[in-house]
Design a protein around this ligand. Structure first.
Ligand code: ADP
Ligand code: MG
Length: 905
């Protein structure tokens, strides 16, 4: 930062009248204006001024005052060190950034420079939502991405997005067209988005800046996103031969440079172990825009919950890294048939071999989160447990490789996983196992984590420490004898160190001869007196020395083990990736095998033929309620020659199962292309390049956001972006406006999809008029959700069959929903007339008598005719008091039979 900035000058003036400590505070705060400053003072992090007000309100902690500054009270609040993580977590979740400022020297050192001198302090880390690494702050089963968006204006504007999870080291960079930005951001869902003011302004101007991005945006200095300056930075950050930063686009370099620069700044020089970036992965995956993602509830439901999402339904992974990879794959199904089939081959092998699958899953369970442990170690935040986790993961990898090696003819993915797992650094694991004790502290700071027997010098110092402690006990016994004070104790505390303590009543005795020769008075308390002796002071020195020496040795061992581990970083990261991939493969196999899924045929055709398809999430729900899910076929297959895929118009009553049917087919495409079996008896799918799913306004009103306008904007996006290879699912589009508008728009949309796009499509609608399109458009077919009517009630069969529904059954559904009987009856009257009128058969007098006869309840419609229900009649005849149990059972069977007969007639 430039020393001459006005802010700096102002701060200097402000600091001029301050105490030395306040001056230091103000200087550090000025250098970190966008963060709350956690200023270390002894066992607390203190916050001052405005920071204190913000934090006390956000955390619900007391706001106090500490002295005055420029004549005004200084607001202050603090959090104790031991609880700082919780508070930090809360602040980050609320969207704050925190700068951690530590004491950089022992306060005793500062005192040596004079009584007024201040302990040296410095910011050691910026904590922001995108740069978290501690388990306390992270969801173990979700990635935490930091993203940087850069723009290069060279005539055409190019964008690039770089993103990384610094807790695992995974790094990506992608060039994006303007219309891909939203899709990619929705897929990655970063915790923090870096961009310069200029980039933001350009996005806003072009209506590309989604409102949700405001909450995660961190504005960075333009220098940080400079495509030229990025080159040397990228070369030094990724020295690996395999990655050549000059091959990136300018925008790509700028974005990745900004990301690396920001990570460096926030970690204050410690380098996060970022892996060489994966480039342009976006083009390898099925394009799924934000609206489709949310409507299909891939990772979370539209209400923001995990429960009810596809992810939750199929996530049977047994490790956290596996769960993260599964989510990543679910969010980015592949687009190349050969890559998809490779994954399916691997899954298929584990579907067939139940024994192997079980074995792998059992061993995977014991593999800790290697990548996150490694990141913490690299950022000097790791402890003994992280080292142990790495050793354990390596051990698990070798076990797994054993199981796999015993298998003949492994499919290519499993084969290469076996290679990677088998090459795990065994020597490192053995070394870690030998060095680290069974019970480990979180931090290396206090020692006590090296196994006895590992280091002779350490054992010696520890023994010395133990011995001297025995000597202390002996000394206590001797002093007790000499003074004849039975209650004499040798104790230890942080202030006095070791001391002799006797009850107050005996204190006087030790102050007098002959004991005063031995005992040196230290402290008098209300009921005790404390002394030291030269011998005790001497012993204390030896104990402290032994402890210090032991601690030093442990620290040295820790540093060595850490360095040895970090030397294998890239190999270990590869291993972490292999473990996660094996977990995902085995988990998908488990889902596939246990839920009766089938392996889809995936190729480059325009096929989409599903027989006996089910909805992976609704099926689980329906089954958990003890009912069965009705499987349905779909065939949207087409060919280039015939002009593309088919479009099915799905009609049927509300609650008939239209939405479920539509979504299940979209989800089957997602599952197939992520490399999973699908819930169906058989499936043949030509790779889908883009998937679109839209729900009309009526279904989305609860969301508050969806107006007819939004619906139309989204429909426009589909019509503009879908290709022949896309799959489009439109659920009741056109509902949000007057009937004729909506109908006309839906009509035109169907025509356009059929004539221009030629994509495979499912279109659910309550506009029955649309069904006549099947007569003129060759690849349009009508299907309907079957219902059965019985005594004026509808029974939903959830079965898809050919044909078109002639009615919406809205009134029946209204009755099921509990609308009062008179309203239902009146609605029926109105409907009859409206239907006759549109058919041209209603006489004007009929209209007058029914429709003009308002208000609605001026005349009560006749009560619903009392049906002569045989079941009721039989029930009335039953006299429970007079029946034997046997007769009661017979009567029950009789009643059921009556009901069944009635429903058949
Ligand atoms: P629609 O869109 O036609 O109004 P939905 O698809 O929302 O109908 O389905 C309504 C409910 O019916 C679902 O919540 C589900 O419980 C049930 N359902 C739908 N399809 C099936 C099916 N194939 N098998 C069993 N139950 C189903
Ligand atoms: Mg619906």
């Amino acid at each position: 930062m430039n020393d001459e900035t006005p802010m700096r000058q102002k701060a200097m003036q402000a600091a001029a009248g301050a105490t030395p400590m306040m001056a230091q505070y103000i200087e550090i705060k000025t250098a970190n204006p966008d963060s709350l400053l956690f200023y270390r003072m002894g066992d607390f992090y203190e916050l001052f001024f405005e920071d204190a007000e913000i934090a006390s309100a956000a955390l619900g902690i007391v706001l106090t005052k500490r002295g005055k500054h420029l004549g005004e009270d200084i607001q202050m609040c603090g959090v104790p060190i031991h609880a700082a993580n919780d508070y930090l977590n809360k602040l980050i979740r609320l969207g704050h950034r925190v700068a951690i400022c530590e004491q950089m020297e022992d306060p005793a050192e500062a005192k040596k420079r004079g009584s007024k001198s201040v302990v040296r302090r410095d910011v050691v880390r910026l904590v922001t939502p995108g740069t978290l690494t501690e388990d306390d702050h992270l969801d173990a089963r979700s990635a935490n991405y930091l993203a940087a968006l850069a723009m290069v204006r060279h005539g055409e504007t190019d964008f690039a997005l770089a993103w990384a999870d610094i807790s695992t080291g995974e790094t990506f960079v992608s060039d994006l067209a303007a219309d891909q930005l939203g899709d990619e951001m929705a897929r990655i869902a970063p915790a923090e988005l870096l961009l310069s003011d200029a980039t933001r302004a350009a996005l806003v101007e072009r209506h590309l800046f989604a409102p949700a991005w405001g909450g995660i945006a961190s504005i960075i200095a333009p220098e940080l996103a400079d495509s030229e300056a990025a080159l040397p930075l990228l070369r030094s950050s990724f020295p690996s031969e395999a990655f050549d930063p000059s091959a990136l686009s300018r925008a790509g370099r700028a974005a990745l440079g900004a990301l690396i620069g920001y990570v460096g700044e926030s970690q204050k020089g410690r380098s996060a172990p970022l892996r060489p970036p994966l480039i342009n992965a976006a083009s390898a995956s099925m394009a799924i825009d934000a609206a489709t993602r949310s409507s299909l509830e891939l990772l979370i439901t539209q209400r923001g919950q995990a429960k009810g999402s596809l992810r939750q339904a199929i996530d049977l992974t047994v490790t956290a890294p596996g769960a993260r990879l599964l989510a990543t794959r679910l969010a980015a199904p592949l687009r190349r048939a050969d890559a998809i089939n490779e994954r399916l081959d691997a899954v298929s092998r584990l579907v067939e071999d139940t024994l192997l699958r079980g074995r792998l899953r059992r061993d995977l369970k014991s593999a800790p989160d290697l990548a996150r442990a490694l990141s913490r170690l690299a950022l000097e935040r790791g402890g003994p447990r992280d080292l142990a986790a790495i050793g354990k993961a390596v051990g698990a990898a070798l076990e797994l490789a054993q199981h796999l090696r015993a298998q003949p003819d492994l499919p290519s993915i499993l084969d290469s996983l076996t290679q990677t797992l088998g090459a795990a650094p065994q020597a490192l694991a053995s070394e870690l196992a030998a060095a680290l004790d069974d019970e480990l502290p979180l931090l290396s700071r206090d020692g006590g984590f090296i196994r006895p027997g590992y280091d002779a010098r350490l054992d010696e110092e520890r023994a010395l420490g133990r011995e001297t402690r025995a000597v202390v006990a002996a000394l206590q016994a001797r002093l007790m004898d000499e003074t004849d004070v039975r209650s004499l104790k040798i104790k230890h505390n942080g202030v006095l160190g070791y001391f002799v303590e006797v009850p107050a009543a005996h204190g006087q005795k030790l102050l007098e001869a002959p004991h005063r020769e031995t005992f040196i008075h230290r402290q008098t308390l209300a009921n005790a007196m404390r002394f030291t002796t030269t011998e005790l002071a001497d012993l204390e020195g030896r104990i402290a020395q032994a402890q210090g020496a032991a601690l030093e040795i442990e620290q040295a061992i820790f540093t060595r083990l850490r360095d040895e581990t970090l030397a294998a970083t890239s190999q270990l990261q590869g291993l972490a990736g292999a473990l996660a991939e094996l977990d995902v493969t085995a988990a998908l196999a488990e889902v596939s095998a246990t839920r009766g899924y089938c392996r889809p045929i995936v190729d480059d055709s325009l096929a989409f033929a599903i027989s006996g398809g089910r909805h992976p999430v609704v099926e689980l729900m329906v089954k958990s309620e003890g009912q069965s899910f009705v499987a349905n076929d779909a065939d949207l297959s087409g060919s280039e020659e015939s002009g593309g895929g088919s479009l099915w118009l799905v009609t049927g009553p509300n609650m008939g199962g239209k939405s479920t049917f539509l979504r299940q087919n979209a989800l089957i495409a997602v599952l197939a292309q992520m490399g999973c079996y699908v819930p169906a008896d058989s499936a043949h799918i030509g790779v889908v390049d883009r998937l679109f799913s839209r729900v009309g306004a009526s279904d989305d009103i609860a969301h508050g956001r969806s107006t007819f306008m939004v619906e139309m904007v989204e429909t426009a996006a589909i019509l503009n972006r879908a290709t022949r290879k896309s799959l489009v699912v439109l659920d009741e589009i056109g509902r949000g406006t007057a009937t004729f508008d909506g109908l006309s728009i839906a009509w035109a949309a169907v025509e356009a999809l059929h004539e221009t796009t030629g994509c495979r499509a499912l279109f659910a609608t309550h506009f029955h008029e649309l069904t006549s399109l099947a007569k003129t458009l060759s690849r349009v077919a009508n299907v309907t959700m079957k219902v059965r009517e019985w005594e004026g009630e509808v029974v939903f069969l959830h079965e898809v069959g050919p044909g078109a529904a002639d009615r919406s059954y809205g009134i029946q559904v209204a009755r099921l929903a509990g609308l009062p009987a008179p309203v239902i009856a009146r609605a029926k009257q109105v409907l009859d007339v409206l239907e006759q009128r549109s058919a041209g058969t209603a006489s004007s007098s009929q209209k007058a008598s029914v429709l003009d006869d308002l208000p609605l309840f001026a005349h009560q419609p006749p009560p619903a005719p009392k049906g002569k229900d045989p079941v009721h009649e039989a029930l009335d005849a039953v006299r429970p008091d007079e029946m034997t149990p046997r007769q009661a059972i017979d009567a029950l069977y009789q009643l059921k039979k009556l009901r069944d007969d009635a429903s058949r007639s």
